[in-house]
Design a binder for this molecule. Structure first.
Ligand code: 5RP
Length: 235
């Protein structure tokens, strides 16, 4: 049998399988990214077959796909709670701590995750790592006026900060909230709890891409098949 190794195929397997976690009547937090796009497509197919749910998208990207798929959406500010939130990740460790924000959507993603009774990460197995932030940066969303302060303070905290530059637009990436993203590179894996606290103490940092103790489960698609990992949630 040919091994399933293509990342896109694995993302589709994880995204599609996550739709099984959504039950009739649920309010569903909908993350952002290419893995989540497969989830939304499958959810849309089920909605057209009669599944009755509301989606709470975390970005313009996901909102647009929800519209295209005919999934009714709700604004997080106007609802009391979310039954389940499903989202992708850039890295996940074995305790289900994660780095998110590759798509610059991590602030709203974190709000939706915190509102949800259950928060489930979906990913292909390349995202599973022993230690976070060794291979990829930690993104922080920053109010533009705070850029130089954030650069100085994060350097003092041991990071190499880089303003994220847009592709097919001159200048920096602007988030859905109108802010910049600064990516923090580390030569040695930092203590994530300490780092998150330090970053959030800097005036002008809106949110970090560190999702520490937030996920209940992770649905991981690898060449050996699908795995559901579970963990205790701290917050
Ligand atoms: C967006 C995110 C995404 O969930 C993360 O970047 C993973 O994306 P993909 O599924 O495309 O690999 O955090 O801010």
């Amino acid at each position: 049998m040919k091994e399933v190794s293509d990342t896109t195929v694995l993302k589709k397997i994880a995204g599609t399988a996550a739709a099984d976690l959504v039950k009739n009547g649920m309010t569903v937090g909908i993350g952002t990214g290419s893995t989540v796009a497969f989830f939304i497509e499958e959810l849309g197919r089920r909605v057209r077959e009669g599944l009755s749910i509301y989606g709470v998208p975390t970005s313009y990207q996901s909102r647009l796909i929800c519209y295209q798929q005919g999934i009714p959406v709700r604004d997080p500010a106007m609802i009391d709670g979310i039954d389940i939130a499903i989202d992708g990740a850039d890295e996940i460790d074995h305790d289900l701590n994660a780095i998110k924000g590759g798509g610059a959507a991590h602030t709203i993603e974190k709000i939706i995750a915190a509102m949800a009774d259950e928060f489930v990460l979906i990913a292909d197995s390349s995202k599973l790592v022993d230690r976070l932030a060794v291979s990829i940066p930690v993104p922080v969303e920053v109010i533009p006026a705070a850029l130089s302060l954030v650069v100085r303070r994060t350097r003092e905290a041991g990071a190499n900060p880089k303003l994220r530059i847009a592709v097919k637009k001159d200048g920096p990436v602007i988030t859905d909230n109108g802010n910049f993203v600064v990516d923090l590179y580390f030569s040695d894996a930092p203590d994530m709890h300490k780092l998150d606290y330090t970053l959030k103490s800097i005036p002008g940092v809106v949110e970090t891409g560190l999702f520490i103790g937030m996920a209940h489960k992770a649905l991981i698609a690898g060449k050996e098949g699908l795995n559901m990992l579970t963990a205790g949630r701290l917050s």
